[in-house]
Design a protein around this ligand. Structure first.
Ligand code: AMP
Length: 325
């Protein structure tokens, strides 16, 4: 096992060394793991190989600006760069590579594999986060790390594992975090101010969800948040996804689905979480996907939202029956 890991580190360093220009991209609608992994890998490559041109691309998110700035590139000017794809398994969800002609792909991801196959490919669904993988890579190779890189990696791991609370947290996660903190000596407690900073409106909105969540006999929770409700609570659509991780460990819930309408893209955005049935295989049927117990979907027609809700409810019913036996 350790031997196999060493091989992948070597392959990754070799392909990074080979290219003078490198573009690092991740999924649309990025979370702190996606942005922190790309910024920390970019900064580490820049620190280690100052002559290389390295860019972290994709739409920025105001709320996550504390992680650092993203780059704007002129795709036409780049001469067949190496494309590094982080935290994303499918081309359709990669942000910002439409006009890019790249020579090869290095993929590093913890989602189940889909259509992206890297020239060098490190896909490992046992990892808590892409940041855990980048931290492991830096800690085991010649790649350099400074304080900001360590802070970003820690933030991404804490976010995606939800403070080491979710099932994706492993002994290896703690091992990597221990090494990361030991080497960097960062003040990790101070980082929670950025990560968990929120307005009282968001807390009131959380109460709205709690009070209005419809819970089925099969312990399946559902809420469709209208744009009027968002306006009433003075929050944006992203507040819905921000809340989905706050509903773990509630007796009456084993799966929950939050829906909001994205007017700009004319699509229903769905966040699903489970601590019962596997949900990504169900989300796959509705233009969605993700992890076994944390998935999402983008749905055009509300009828499909209702069908997805029904499928999840059936999965909950089957899961509960299995538990009884
Ligand atoms: P979220 O609920 O947005 O935090 O997403 C949970 C997981 O599902 C993440 O790993 C996302 O990358 C994945 N995901 C969300 N939406 C989609 C989608 N439309 N297609 C595939 N995967 C998705």
């Amino acid at each position: 096992m350790i031997f196999i890991k060493k091989e992948i580190y070597k392959k990754i360093i070799k392909i990074i060394k080979k290219y003078d220009s490198i573009v690092i991209a991740r999924h649309i609608g990025p979370d702190p793991d996606a942005i922190a992994s790309q910024i920390s890998l970019r900064d580490s490559i820049r620190l280690t190989y100052p002559s290389k041109k390295v860019y972290a691309i994709g739409a920025g998110v105001n709320k996550f600006r504390y992680l650092g700035f993203l780059d704007k590139i002129d795709s036409m000017e780049l001469n067949n760069p190496l494309l590094i794809l982080l935290d994303v398994p499918n081309f359709i969800r990669v942000d910002g590579i439409e006009d890019l002609n790249y020579a090869a792909i290095l993929k590093i991801d913890h989602h189940p594999s889909e259509d992206i196959k890297g020239t060098v490919d490190w896909t490992d669904t046992t990892k808590s986060s892409t940041c855990e993988m980048i931290a492991e890579l830096i800690l085991n190779t010649n790649l350099l790390m400074d304080q900001k890189i360590a802070e970003n990696l820690y933030t991404g791991i804490v976010f995606d594992s939800d403070r080491f609370l979710l099932q994706n947290t492993s002994l290896e996660t703690f091992n990597i975090v221990y090494q990361l903190l030991n080497v960097s000596k960062i003040n990790f407690v101070a980082l929670y101010d950025n990560l968990y900073d929120r307005s009282i409106n968001e807390e009131k909105f959380r109460a709205y969800i709690t009070n209005n969540l419809e819970i089925s006999a099969n312990k399946m929770g559902f809420i469709y948040v209208t744009n009027e409700t968002l306006s009433k609570y003075k929050v944006e659509g992203v507040a819905v996804s921000n809340q989905v991780n706050n509903f773990y460990f509630i007796n009456e819930l084993i799966c929950w689905m939050f829906v909001v309408y994205d007017e700009k893209n004319e699509i229903f955005k769905v966040n699903i979480r489970s601590r019962g049935p596997i949900i990504n295989t169900i989300a796959n049927n509705y233009n969605g996907g993700g992890h076994k117990y944390a998935s999402g979907a983008r749905i055009k027609d509300f009828k499909d939202v209702e069908l997805l809700r029904k499928d999840l409810d059936i999965a909950c019913e089957e899961y509960l029956k299995e538990q009884e036996n």
